[in-house]
Ligand binder design. Structure first.
Ligand code: PLP
Length: 373
């Protein structure tokens, strides 16, 4: 049995430190927005290379409050991709704006910058590039388009903490970066968590107020906000895990290169992930492309390999977006990729022997499905 991710294996390595910090919080009596939240925000600012970070309850809230802070709402359009987790567009829907989908690049799985301008209208207010699977988007081109059309850029960094484009960390390019500490993310809490990054003092203050019922001063409320504070227990855990994020991301990259080598003899049947010369991908997922994907996926599961489909149905075909009226073939690259992608077990503690087993089982499964077809 090789899972797609093994959070328990990681826990045994940091157990003592985590439990010490958690106990400290439990005994302190201070459970919301205490010193561990402040420490985490300070460390993240430095790590991402921005002036401000604000911790929140989830990555979804980060996206939602980013849009709110930029006054994006009813009647506005926001450009993004349909090849992402639903939270990206859910946030757009929550504020009453309309998602406008742009197709992806076939190699990177990320928004294709060449297709953005054609989708810009007078109603367009922002672009949300998603650094999917830990692969940074082409931020120089995207920010240049945004500048020319006077649009905001909100980066969805939920899968890409620590990933770099041309040496610069994601979350520092746009107006706001949105992060998730969901347990399966590269820096995962032991519950829900999220954060925004920004260089704007105004946006930082706005989001600090929005996360706490719409007021910066207790019991004085300027606008409708939400309750989206990060639990102190989660912040305490994240402060421990933060120490290892570079080491863990490095291990993921090494594991990705081991997979690449193991797959080298099978170039004709397995397309391994692309990594551009400008980007440092942190392999939140290691995602390959194959034919007969669904049959192979089934065989892998039967053989105890926890491969997953991210994502089997593109967002423009989700019922929630029926009202947008997207037709089959409107986003051809996205539609094609949802049929061929397969994410393999990937986490820092994954061993080389396990990787060999994954590759071996996968190659055998592909051969088997060819016999069936
Ligand atoms: C996980 C994720 C989110 C949402 O984060 P939560 O913390 O689960 O709310 C948003 N966007 C992407 C691309 C994600 O993978």
């Amino acid at each position: 049995m090789i899972p797609i991710l093994d959070t328990k294996r990681q826990y045994t390595k940091i157990q003592n430190e985590v439990e010490k910090n958690v106990l400290e919080v439990l005994r302190s009596g201070s459970y919301i927005l205490g010193k561990f939240n402040k420490e985490l925000e300070a460390k993240m600012q430095e790590y991402i290379g921005v002036k401000h970070c604000v911790t929140l309850n989830s990555g979804t809230d980060a996206l939602h409050l980013a849009l709110r802070a930029l006054d994006i709402g009813q009647g506005d359009e926001v450009i993004t991709v349909a090849f992402t987790f639903v939270a990206t567009t859910e946030a757009i829907g929550i504020v009453g704006a309309t998602p406008v989908f742009v197709d992806i690049d076939n190699d990177t799985f990320n928004i294709d910058p060449k297709l953005i301008e054609a989708k810009i209208t007078p109603k367009t207010k922002a672009i949300i590039p998603v650094h999917l699977y830990g692969q940074p988007c082409q931020m120089d081109v995207i920010c240049d388009i945004a500048k020319r059309y006077n649009l905001y850029v909100i980066e969805d960094c939920a899968q890409a903490i620590g990933a770099k484009f041309k040496g610069q960390t994601v979350g520092s390019f746009g107006d706001i970066g949105c992060f998730s500490f969901y347990p399966t993310k590269n820096l995962g809490a032991m519950g829900d968590g999220g954060m925004i990054s920004t260089n704007s003092e105004y946006l930082k203050n706005r989001i600090i107020a929005l996360r706490n019922h719409g007021g910066a001063v207790r019991y004085y409320h300027d606008e409708i906000g939400v309750n989206s504070r990060l639990d102190e227990v989660q912040a305490a855990i994240l402060n421990v895990k933060f120490k290892y994020i570079n080491e863990w991301n490095k291990k993921r990259r090494e594991n990705a290169y081991s997979y690449n080598e193991l797959f080298a003899p099978y170039k004709d049947i397995v397309k391994t992930p692309f990594e551009g010369k400008d980007t440092e991908c942190i392999y939140h997922q290691y995602t390959i492309k194959i034919e007969n994907r669904d049959e192979v996926h089934k065989l892998l599961q039967e053989n105890g390999i926890g491969a997953m489909l991210y994502y089997p149905v593109p967002l423009h075909f989700q019922k929630v977006h029926d009202y947008l009226g997207y037709k089959e073939g409107s986003l051809p690259v996205t539609e094609h990729n949802t049929k061929v992608v397969l994410s393999l077990p990937m986490f820092p503690e994954l061993t080389f022997d396990e990787q060999k087993q994954v590759v071996d089982t996968l190659v055998k499964s592909i051969e088997k499905t060819k016999a069936i077809v």
